[in-house]
Design a protein around this ligand. Structure first.
Ligand SMILES: Cc1ncc(COP(=O)(O)O)c(C=O)c1O
Length: 422
C-alpha cells in the first residue's frame, strides 16, 4: 500500500469520504487522492514526495502561486500579534478600501469567512432590502452550500451526481427558482434577487453570450429585482475589478471569496452604501461572525491584492491561460480528439466534446462521457494535477511561467497519445 493509499484508508475511518470537501475526492475520476505535504510556486508535493504542476490551486485562492514570500511574510507578522480579537482592526479598513477602490460601484464591504457565507448573506440582504421572498439562480451555477442555493448547482454538486442535497427541506428551496443559463428569464415583482456567476466556472467555463449580462441588468431593473454577481471565483481574477469590470456591467451586490483571503478563510459581500446600510448594526438584516475579518486572513488578503495591484499581473495571467488553452486545443486537434478549451481572460476549462457548451445541459453531456477521467489520470501520473472532476476550471497562477506551461503541454501530448493508442 502506498503512503497516499494508507492515508486515504485512515482518512476514510475518521472523515466522511476521507475528504473535508467533496470536490477533493476522486469519486468522479476514480482512484486515490494524493495527500499534499507542501506547495511552492506552481507545484504541490504529495506525501510520497511526488511533485505535480498544480492547476487546482485550491480552486482559486492561489492566484500568485503557492507560498508566495510576501504572503508568508504578512501571515507571519500578523500571527505574531495574536490570531483573533473580537474587536475591529485597521487591516479590515485597509482591505475594504482596497476592494472599494478596485471595483466600480462598491461603496461598502462586509467581511465574512467563506464564499458560502457571502452568497448566503447577500441573498438575505436582498430579501431584507426588497421585502420579497423569491430568488432566482441559473442551473449549473454554484454559489456555495447554503440551503436555498444548492438547487441545480455546479462544481461538487454536479460532480457527485447530486441534484440538490438531502437534508434541505422543500420549504428551504420553495422560493428558489432555477432558470436555464444564457436565456433571459422571466422576472416579476415577487423576486428579490437574481444571483449568478457572471462568468460561470463551476460547470466548466460556459461564458455568457454577447450582451447577455447587460440584458439581465435591464430585465432586473424593469422589475426591481436586485442583481447579485457571485464573483467568488472571478473577483480579482478576471481583471483588477473582476467580472463586473471585465463585462462592463454593474450588479447591485457582489460576493467575493478565494483571492481576497490570500489562501486563508475569507469572503465578503459588497454593494452601494444604500443597500449595505440594511445590514446590522445599521439596519435590520442580521449577519455576524466570530472570525469575520480575521487579522491573519486579512493580512494575507491585503498582501495578495498588493501583488495583483498592476495590469502586468493580469497580462501575465491571461498570457499563461491563453498559451495553455491554445496549446491544448492544438494537441487535441492534431490527435483527432473532439475537445474544446473555452477560455475567458485568465480562466479556462476542458470539455471532451465537439463544440463549446452554452448551458448546463450541454456541459453535463460533455462532462459525463468518461474521457476527462482518462485525461486526468494520464496527466496526474506524469506530474500534472488537474481538478479531479470535469466541471472545474483550471487555475493558472503568476507562478505558472512559460516553461511550466510548456512542460504541461508536453505532458498533455504524451497523455493524449496514450489515450488514442488504446
Ligand atoms: C462561484 C462560487 N461561489 C461560492 C462558492 C463557495 O465558496 P466557499 O467554498 O468559500 O464557501 C464557490 C466555491 O467554490 C464558488 O465557486
Amino acid at each position: 500500500m502506498s503512503l497516499n493509499e494508507d492515508y486515504f484508508a485512515r482518512a476514510n475511518h475518521v472523515i466522511p469520504g476521507g475528504v473535508n470537501s467533496p470536490v477533493r475526492s476522486f469519486r468522479s475520476v476514480g482512484g486515490t487522492p494524493y495527500f499534499v505535504s507542501r506547495a511552492e510556486g506552481p507545484y504541490v508535493w504529495d506525501s510520497e514526495g511526488t511533485r505535480y504542476i498544480d492547476y487546482v490551486m485550491s480552486y482559486g485562492p492561489g492566484i500568485v502561486g503557492h507560498s508566495h514570500p510576501q504572503i508568508i511574510d504578512a501571515i507571519q507578522q500578523a500571527s505574531g500579534n495574536g490570531a483573533t480579537y473580537g474587536a475591529p482592526t485597521l487591516a479590515e479598513i485597509t482591505i475594504a478600501e482596497q476592494i472599494c477602490n478596485r471595483v466600480k460601484g462598491v461603496e461598502m464591504v462586509r467581511l465574512v469567512s467563506s464564499g458560502t457565507e457571502a452568497t448566503m448573506t447577500a441573498i438575505r440582504l436582498a430579501r431584507g432590502a426588497t421585502g420579497r421572498d423569491k430568488i432566482m439562480k441559473f442551473s449549473g451555477h454554484y454559489h456555495g452550500h447554503a440551503d436555498s442555493l444548492l438547487a441545480a448547482g455546479g462544481s461538487g454538486v454536479a460532480n457527485q451526481g447530486i441534484s440538490g442535497s438531502a437534508g434541505v427541506p422543500k420549504s428551504a428551496v420553495a422560493d428558489t427558482i432555477v432558470a436555464p443559463w444564457n436565456e433571459i428569464p422571466e422576472l416579476d415583482e415577487s423576486i428579490a434577487a437574481l444571483i449568478l456567476e457572471p462568468l460561470p466556472a463551476n460547470m466548466g467555463i460556459v461564458p455568457p453570450s454577447p450582451n447577455f449580462l447587460l440584458e439581465l441588468r435591464k430585465a432586473c431593473d424593469s422589475k426591481g429585482v436586485l442583481l447579485i454577481f457571485d464573483e467568488v471565483i472571478t473577483g480579482f481574477r478576471l481583471s483588477k475589478g473582476g467580472a463586473s469590470q471585465w463585462y462592463g456591467v454593474q450588479p447591485d451586490l457582489w460576493c467575493f471569496g478565494k483571492v481576497i483571503g490570500g489562501g486563508l478563510p475569507m469572503g465578503a459581500y459588497a454593494g452601494s452604501k444604500e443597500i449595505m446600510s440594511n445590514i446590522a448594526p445599521l439596519g435590520d438584516v442580521y449577519q455576524a461572525g466570530t472570525l469575520s475579518g480575521n487579522p491573519i486572513a486579512t493580512a494575507a488578503g491585503i498582501a495578495q491584492l498588493q501583488i495583483l495591484n498592476n495590469d502586468a499581473a493580469y497580462g501575465a495571467l491571461t498570457e499563461s491561460a491563453r498559451s495553455l488553452s491554445d496549446g491544448l486545443s492544438e494537441i487535441f486537434k492534431n490527435a483527432g480528439i473532439e475537445a474544446v478549451v473555452p477560455r475567458v481572460g485568465t480562466l479556462l476549462s476542458i470539455f471532451f466534446t465537439k463544440s463549446k457548451p452554452a448551458n448546463f445541459d450541454e456541459a453535463q453531456l460533455a462532462a459525463e462521457n468518461g474521457i476527462y477521467a482518462k485525461f486526468f489520470h494520464g496527466m496526474l501520473k506524469r506530474g500534472v494535477a488537474l481538478a479531479p472532476g470535469p466541471y472545474e476550471a483550471l487555475f493558472p497562477s503568476l507562478a505558472h511561467t512559460k516553461d511550466v506551461i510548456e512542460q504541461t503541454l508536453e505532458i498533455a501530448e504524451e497523455t493524449i497519445s496514450e489515450i488514442t493508442q488504446k
